[in-house]
Write a protein that binds this ligand. Structure first.
Ligand SMILES: Nc1ncnc2c1ncn2[C@@H]1O[C@H](COP(=O)(O)OP(=O)(O)O)[C@@H](O)[C@H]1O
Ligand SMILES: [Mg+2]
Length: 347
């Protein structure tokens, strides 16, 4: 039986129907949710008693039912928590790299997928944390679906066909197509839980696919996760330099090195004579390199065969000279900045 959660729902009914949901009540300062007192209380009554935020509690409870995610503490902790200086740690992950772009639709998720695929081909253990909570697209391009398993209160990532570990909000939803409409703190809480409370196993590189722009979520990732560097994705047709500059500024402000730039949709290969058609205008690569001081790792073509692969969930089966170049340049750059496997970069 599905219990529709409203202010008039009895706390006890919710607790009985959804094991583990007490943690959400606890996060809101309602520790009595699992005790007998709750049997007589509606959610609204409990909230009134404790002077809590009813709307936010209902939102969090509903999110838990959909995904199993427990929000961060919603009430002020008695003791002051350490400020953002404290980074989260996941000892089994050697290196964390975030993928950013100034705006959406430039192929950031696709490039994240290709980066993880490229290093995996080189025999490294890679994973992807899909931090785009409102527009997750990583599982689909790898053809993974179904719900992530919970083992000893930790989620297991899904493994792709070549063994890339993947965690995304869409692997926690009952229906992949359910839209996630969450407030900022819920989003940032979920990202942090994805990092700390997922059983990633031993990984050489974890790539984080950030949502577009420079809002709360990218900020949280760069502040709280031990990100060694960012890869910035751009395309020639947008006002590339000005949009990328925003992302660069954010990275600089948070003292995160820029490892490289990937220029996506840089050209289309003319099937007739093999020439390169720069349909979105001339490359902005040199300007971006000058602006960031980081290398251009690759210029990827707009390739219909890549779109087809991605749509079929077969991104790992895509091969092209540009992708090989991306792999080679990325490995060289990681070596140059001391971020090889087994070496931890001090930032
Ligand atoms: N170089 C490319 N060649 C073909 N299709 C691409 C390329 N880059 C991106 N796409 C397609 O464009 C769409 C948007 O890409 P996506 O990676 O989801 O963008 P973002 O994460 O920046 O919003 C996807 O359907 C993707 O498969
Ligand atoms: Mg995306």
């Amino acid at each position: 039986m599905v219990v529709q959660i409203t202010p008039l729902t009895k706390i006890q009914d919710v607790v009985e129907r959804y094991p583990g949901i007490q943690a959400v009540f606890r996060a809101h300062g309602l520790p009595c949710a699992s005790c007998h007192v709750a049997a007589y209380e509606t959610i609204a009554a409990g909230v009134a008693l404790h002077q809590l935020n009813l709307g936010l509690l209902i939102e969090d409870l509903t999110a838990f039912v959909q995904t199993g995610i427990v929000p961060e503490m919603r009430i002020k902790p008695r003791a002051k928590r350490p400020l953002s200086g404290g980074k989260l740690s996941a000892p089994s992950i050697q290196h964390v790299i975030a993928v950013m772009s100034g705006k959406g639709g430039v192929g950031k998720s696709l490039v994240t997928g290709l980066l993880a695929t490229a290093l995996r081909r080189g025999g490294l253990r890679t994973g992807i944390l899909d931090a785009d909570i409102t527009g997750p697209s990583i599982p689909k391009m790898f053809g993974v679906s179904g719900k992530a398993e919970l083992r000893e209160r930790r989620f297991l990532p899904q493994l792709s066909s070549t063994g890339i570990a993947i965690m995304s909000i869409s692997l926690l939803m009952d229906n992949e197509r359910d839209a996630v409409i969450w407030r900022g703190p819920m989003v940032t809480g979920a990202i942090q839980q994805f990092f700390c409370e997922v059983e990633w196993g031993d990984l050489d590189y974890l790539f984080v696919d950030l949502p577009p722009g420079t809002s709360d979520a990218p900020l949280t990732v760069l502040q709280r996760l031990p990100v060694e560097g960012v890869v910035i994705v751009s395309t020639p047709q947008q006002l590339a330099v000005s949009v990328v500059t925003k992302a660069l500024k954010l990275a600089q402000r948070l003292q995160t090195p820029v490892l490289g730039i990937v220029e996506n949709m840089a050209y289309v290969l003319n099937p007739v004579d093999g020439s390169r058609l720069e349909v979105f205008g001339p490359s902005q690569g040199p300007a971006l390199v000058a602006e960031s001081g980081a290398p251009l790792l690759a210029r990827l073509p707009l390739d219909p065969s890549l779109t087809a692969r991605v749509d079929r969930g077969e991104i790992e089966q895509y091969h092209s000279p540009d992708l090989s170049e991306l792999e080679q340049h990325l490995l060289e750059q990681l070596k140059a900045v001391g971020s090889e496997v087994g070496v931890s970069l001090e930032v």
